[in-house]
Design a protein around this ligand. Structure first.
Ligand SMILES: NC(=O)C1=CN([C@@H]2O[C@H](COP(=O)(O)OP(=O)(O)OC[C@H]3O[C@@H](n4cnc5c(N)ncnc54)[C@H](OP(=O)(O)O)[C@@H]3O)[C@@H](O)[C@H]2O)C=CC1
Ligand SMILES: O=C(O)[C@@H]1CCC=N1
Length: 272
């Protein structure tokens, strides 16, 4: 494993996820540094992961070989511009922000940079992450391998060849854990309304969701539709439930939601 000094600018949910993945996979905690304005998140990261923490973005960036930009898109310009007088020529810059185009970082940093845009998701925290990666043509194979290694410590990675394809990655993997959580939340709430104990409902739903995801993963020769049909006995209970979803146009709802997600990413790319 290549071992470089990595700093995370912004110590929120995603830094926690990626840094946890790194530390849990054996990456030396002393090579990881996270910065944040408020103290509480830093304390937690320091205690739980043993990584270095501080409030000083500039010092962390100066010391790092790899800078991971992990602030909200609307703060990206301000954060990057505050680092733009540093010599970044030997550093790999990885951004995880949704909806900030690669070209914007070149504007913000006002110097040539080695930039990889990534789109991870929160399951990275437990090793089940999925991260889309996009590198501009100028990025070396060595830097791409380094970025891949960092993100693979939290799960799987895929490269996309066109930057716009990252918007599909956002809809399919970056945001999608929330869609599945919503589905599980709605199922648990329904059972609760029927008087089922919440813990029991959660246990049943979480294991069914885990099993369904594993069925898809372990049977690449079977489509999701085929797996659905295998559950569905003619005239049985599943058919009745699926009919309710189809009658409510679940497929149309999902398609609209995916497009709304991608449209928002495109809109943000104009805004930030
Ligand atoms: N959440 C997700 O599932 C995913 C998020 N992303 C992307 O990851 C990025 C971060 O998202 P997420 O982790 O959820 O957001 P969070 O709000 O949890 O984390 C962002 C952190 O940045 C900190 N921050 C604010 N200003 C600065 C500054 N000037 N310097 C350093 N740190 C600063 C915030 O501190 P404080 O709270 O103290 O103000 C906060 O802790 C976003 O760009 C998002 O698009 C990508 C994929 C998935
Ligand atoms: O909601 C967001 O904008 C971020 C990007 C993907 C997941 N969370």
């Amino acid at each position: 494993m290549i071992q470089k000094k990595i700093c995370f600018i912004g110590a929120g949910n995603m830094t926690r996820s990626i840094a946890s993945g790194l530390v849990n996979s054996g990456y030396p905690a002393e090579l990881i540094h996270a910065t944040n304005p408020s103290e509480a998140k830093l304390q937690l990261l320091s205690q739980q992961l043993g990584i270095k923490v501080s409030h000083d973005n500039r010092q962390a960036a100066i010391e790092a070989d790899v800078i991971v930009l992990a602030v909200k898109p609307q703060l990206m310009q301000q954060v990057c511009e505050a680092l733009s007088d540093l010599d970044l020529s030997q550093k790999l810059i990885i951004t995880i922000a949704a909806g900030v185009a690669a070209s914007r970082y070149h504007d913000y940093f006002k110097q040539p940079i080695k930039l990889i845009r990534t789109m991870p998701n929160t399951p990275t925290q437990i090793g089940y992450g999925m991260t889309g990666l996009y590198a501009q043509p100028s990025v070396s194979a060595q830097d791409k391998a380094l970025c891949e290694q960092i993100m693979q410590s939290g799960g799987e990675t895929v490269w996309v060849s066109k930057e716009d394809d990252l918007n599909q990655v956002i809809a399919l993997a970056g945001s999608s854990p929330a869609y599945f959580f919503l589905m599980m939340e709605a199922m648990i709430d329904s059972a609760k309304q029927d008087g089922v104990d919440e813990d029991l409902a959660r246990q049943l739903v979480q294991q069914a969701a885990l099993g369904a995801a594993q069925m898809v993963k372990q049977n690449p020769q079977l489509s999701a539709g085929q797996l659905r049909e295998n559950v569905t006995s003619k005239g049985g209970t599943t058919a009745q439930a699926l009919a309710a979803f189809e009658a409510a146009n679940l497929r149309g709802i999902v398609r609209n939601a995916m497009h709304d997600c991608m449209d928002r990413a495109a809109e943000m790319a104009k805004q930030f």
